[in-house]
Design a protein around this ligand. Structure first.
Ligand code: ATP
Ligand code: MG
Length: 278
């Protein structure tokens, strides 16, 4: 049996009259990447704050590694990694020094820091001052820092927002490696492609309400009732038809047939009337 590393048990959180999270439940197991997806203001960061014991819910409870989130001790927190845009670092120290300093807190040797720098592709820039790093490099530095203590549970608040595709891909590879080593990863993102690619399971959130959940492929199949295919003709004209019409169609000038599944983004718009990346 897989072990549940993160549990959200009917969590509700309001700020005044504003319901940021409305009765949300889920479990994240070891070796799983769990996606928490929703537009700005839907409650993603609030959920991370509650699960990591930084904020109390109005109802329900968060649990991490079999403990109530609000009861986590300093040594429990040592087994957790958090990456968010709020994570600070020393601007005037080099990348390497920033990480070494953090490593000292956990008794991690500098050789391990070098290894981490290599794994996020920053080893050659280790002398660069933190303030001189690009957004993508800062993101990767924060990720490296969160990995110093080899966390069993990793919270990532939009780890690839604003990154170029190559950097995003290298972070994706790293996350899949961690997953394969058993780390439970809780990931918030606006990026539906990222979620489809990485997540074992995900939740779609709108204004604090859970609107859909499941494995990305199952969700896409569920909303793919009127299956369509795209035909490309020899003159490169294209046409979309229903899959069911395929056997009544003259295919003699067709050079390619592609299935057109909805994306999670399409599904989100269908469910809420809103864009995810607004
Ligand atoms: N400390 C706070 N005090 C009052 N309201 C808050 C507080 N923190 C969050 N909120 C509100 O709760 C809702 C959810 O906010 P949250 O930051 O969790 O959203 P988010 O999904 O992380 O958004 P983003 O994608 O922009 O980071 C918003 O309406 C926000 O204004
Ligand atoms: Mg947020």
């Amino acid at each position: 049996m897989k072990k549940a590393m993160i549990v959200s048990d009917n969590i509700t959180k309001s700020f005044g009259n504003n319901v940021a999270l409305n009765g949300i439940s889920f479990k994240v197991y070891e070796g799983e990447i769990f996606g928490f997806l929703g537009p700005s203001g839907s409650g993603k960061t609030t959920m991370i704050n509650i699960l990591t014991g930084q904020l109390s819910p109005n109802e329900g409870q968060g649990m991490l590694l079999d403990k109530y989130s609000l009861h986590l001790s300093a040594s429990d927190l040592e087994t957790i990694g958090i990456v968010s845009d709020k994570s600070g670092f020393y601007e005037k120290l080099s990348l390497e020094k920033n990480l070494q300093l953090y490593g000292k807190l956990y008794g991690v040797p500098n050789s391990k820091i070098d290894e981490l720098l290599k794994s996020v592709g920053l080893y050659d820039s280790k002398q660069t001052l933190a303030e001189k790093l690009s957004t993508g490099m800062k993101q990767r530095m924060l990720l490296a820092r969160a990995l110093i203590n080899a966390p069993k549970v990793l919270f990532l608040d939009e780890p690839t927002s604003g990154l170029d595709p190559t950097t995003s891909q290298s972070i994706h590879k790293l996350l899949l490696d961690l997953k394969n080593k058993g780390t439970a990863i809780f990931l918030t993102t606006h990026d539906m492609n990222e979620a489809t690619l990485l997540c074992d399971e995900l939740v779609l959130l709108n204004k604090g309400h859970l609107v859909e959940r499941g494995e990305p492929r199952d969700i896409i199949q569920k909303y793919n009732q009127n299956k369509k295919v795209k035909l490309t003709y020899s003159d490169f004209e294209q046409e979309e038809i229903l899959f069911a019409q395929l056997n009544q169609t003259d295919l003699s000038h067709v050079i390619a047939i592609h299935s057109c599944e909805p994306t999670l983004e399409d599904i989100f718009i269908k469910l809420t009337g809103e864009k995810l990346n607004a």
